[in-house]
Write a protein that binds this ligand. Structure first.
Ligand SMILES: Cc1cc2nc3c(=O)[nH]c(=O)nc-3n(C[C@H](O)[C@H](O)[C@H](O)COP(=O)(O)OP(=O)(O)OC[C@H]3O[C@@H](n4cnc5c(N)ncnc54)[C@H](O)[C@@H]3O)c2cc1C
Length: 422
C-alpha cells in the first residue's frame, strides 16, 4: 500500500487548486492527486460556446500542465473511500493510504432520472450546454421559430444560473441577429419559485425577461420528455404565481392529469440541464447524508468544509451539500479555508480559524456584450466585491463585465487559480 500525507480525489477546479495552494505553502508535503482524465475542462465558458461566442477547444487543456510539480499524479479512478482505515481504493484495486483526504470529484449527470431524456438528446433540436455546448450552438442556429423551451430538473445543479444564461443568449441571437423574434416564443420552465434568489440582481433579469418577451412557468417539476411528440411533462407543485407572461397560452401548455397535477409544454427547440448527483465514489461512502434533501451528497461543515464524522477528511466543490450555489467561484473561497485547516491540523492538531461564508457567484450573460456579476453568500445576501463595484455597477448588465467573462476570468483561471496564486 502506498501512503501520502495528503490525498486529493479529483483534479478538476477544486482538486488542482487545493494541491497548488497547499504545496505553495509547504512544498515538502507528500501529496497525491487521484485523477483519471488527461484533460482539464474550463466549464464556465460552455455558456459562451453554446452561443457561438467562444471556441470549445479553448476550454480544454492538458491536465499535466496543471498538476503541481511537487505532487504525485495517480492517473486512475478512486473507487471506494474507507475513512475508518484512512484509505482510498482505486479502480485497479490498489489501496492508497492518507493522513488527510480532500474529496473533490465534482458531480455527474444521471440522464435516467428523467424518463425519455436519453432518447430526446439524440435529436438535433434537444441540447444542453452541460453536455455538448457545440451542439447547442448548432441547434440555436438551425431554429426557425416556434416554441423554444429552456428547462431544468429538480435535482441540485452546478452553476444553477446556466440554464437561464442559455436562454438569454439564444433569445438575443434569434431576435437581434437572426431576426426571427416575431415567430419565436422563448419559454422558461423551472421547479423554482422565482427567477433569481438574490433580490439586488432580480431587476436586471426581469428586464431581460421582458425584453425577450419570455413566458415563465414556476413550480414546474420536470418528469418526462416525449421527444417523438416534442412534449415535456411537468408536475405542478403550486399554482399561485406559477404562470407569468403566457399570452393566451402561446406555449400550448395543456393539463393532462389532475392527480398529481400534470401539464405538457410543447417545444420546437429544447435546452435543458441534465439531472445531477454526486459521483458513486462519494454516494457509496460513509461521508454522505443518509436522509433528507441532501441525501447522497457529501456532508461537510458549511464553514470549515470538514467532515463531521472524520476529522481528517474535507470536501470541496460540486460533490458537497452546503446552502450555496455550486460554482468554481465558490471553490476559490473554499480552498484557502481547507488549506489553512489541514496545515493547522498538521502543526497544532486542531483546525484553523478561517471560515467559509458561502461566497459564490454567477456571471449572468444576458445577451451578446452584456453581463452582470451576481456575487452572494449564505442566506441569499449580496456579497459583491467592493473594489470591482467602485468601477462598475455589477447589478447591471454591461460590456466590461462581458469582457471579464470572455477573457479576464479564463485568464485568471488557467494562470492564477490553478497555479495557487489566488
Ligand atoms: C454549463 C456550465 C456553466 C458554468 N458556469 C460557471 C460560471 O460561470 N462560473 C463558475 O464559477 N462556475 C461555473 N460552472 C461550474 C464550475 O465549472 C464547477 O462548479 C466546478 O468546475 C466544480 O469543480 P469541482 O472540482 O468540484 O469539479 P470538476 O471541476 O468537475 O472536477 C472533478 C474532477 O474529478 C474527476 N473525477 C471524477 N470522478 C472521479 C473519481 N472517482 N476518482 C478520481 N477523480 C474523479 C473528474 O475527472 C474531474 O477532473 C459552470 C458549469 C457548467 C457545466
Amino acid at each position: 500500500m502506498t501512503k501520502h500525507q495528503v490525498v486529493v480525489i479529483g483534479g478538476g477546479t477544486g482538486g488542482i487548486m487545493i494541491a497548488a495552494q497547499l504545496l505553495k505553502k509547504d512544498p515538502t508535503i507528500n501529496l497525491a492527486i487521484i485523477e483519471p482524465s488527461e484533460k482539464h475542462h474550463y466549464q464556465p465558458a460552455y455558456s459562451l460556446v453554446g452561443a457561438g461566442a467562444y471556441s470549445l477547444v479553448d476550454t480544454i487543456q492538458d491536465e499535466v500542465k496543471y498538476i503541481p510539480k511537487d505532487a504525485v499524479w495517480i492517473k486512475e479512478y478512486a473507487q471506494e473511500i474507507i475513512p475508518s482505515d484512512n484509505k482510498v481504493v482505486l479502480a485497479s484495486n490498489e489501496e492508497i493510504e492518507y493522513e488527510y483526504l480532500v474529496v473533490a470529484p465534482g458531480l455527474v449527470d444521471n440522464l435516467s432520472l428523467v424518463e425519455g431524456l436519453e432518447e430526446a438528446l439524440k435529436k438535433d433540436n434537444v441540447c444542453s450546454n452541460y453536455i455538448d455546448s457545440e451542439k447547442t450552438w448548432k441547434a440555436v442556429q438551425a431554429f426557425e421559430g416556434g416554441n423554444a423551451l429552456f428547462t431544468q430538473p429538480t435535482t441540485p445543479l452546478k452553476c444553477p444560473g446556466a440554464p437561464q444564461k442559455a436562454m438569454y443568449m439564444s433569445s438575443d441571437y434569434w431576435i437581434n441577429r437572426k431576426k426571427i423574434g416575431d415567430k419565436t416564443n422563448s419559454i422558461f420552465a423551472t421547479n423554482g419559485s422565482i427567477i433569481f434568489g438574490i433580490k439586488e440582481f432580480r431587476p436586471a433579469l426581469e428586464n431581460a425577461l421582458k425584453e425577450y418577451d419570455i413566458t415563465q412557468y414556476y413550480f414546474h417539476n420536470l418528469v418526462k420528455i416525449d421527444s417523438e411528440n416534442q412534449l415535456v411533462y411537468y408536475e405542478v407543485s403550486k399554482t399561485d404565481g406559477a404562470i407569468v407572461n403566457d399570452k393566451n397560452n402561446r406555449a400550448k401548455r395543456e393539463v393532462v392529469s389532475d392527480a398529481p397535477p400534470t401539464v405538457t409544454i410543447s417545444y420546437d427547440f429544447l435546452h435543458l440541464a441534465p439531472p445531477q448527483q454526486a459521483p458513486d465514489v462519494v454516494r457509496n461512502s460513509p461521508l454522505v447524508y443518509t436522509e433528507g434533501p441532501n441525501k447522497d451528497w457529501m456532508n461537510v461543515d458549511k464553514h470549515s468544509m470538514q467532515s463531521p464524522l472524520f476529522f481528517n477528511v474535507f470536501g470541496i466543490g460540486d460533490c458537497i451539500a452546503i446552502p450555496t450555489a455550486r460554482t468554481g467561484a465558490a471553490i476559490r473561497k473554499q480552498v484557502p479555508v481547507v488549506v489553512d485547516n489541514i496545515l493547522s491540523l498538521m502543526k497544532k492538531g486542531e483546525i484553523g480559524n478561517m471560515s467559509y461564508t458561502g461566497y459564490s457567484s454567477c456571471p449572468l450573460v444576458l445577451g451578446y456584450g452584456k453581463m452582470l456579476l451576481a456575487e452572494f453568500k449564505y442566506d441569499g445576501i449580496r456579497d459583491s466585491d467592493p473594489l470591482l463595484n467602485t468601477f462598475v455597477d455589477t447589478t447591471k448588465a454591461g460590456w466590461l463585465m462581458w469582457m471579464l467573462k470572455k477573457t479576464g476570468l479564463p485568464y485568471l483561471y488557467w494562470n492564477m487559480m490553478l497555479k495557487g496564486r489566488m
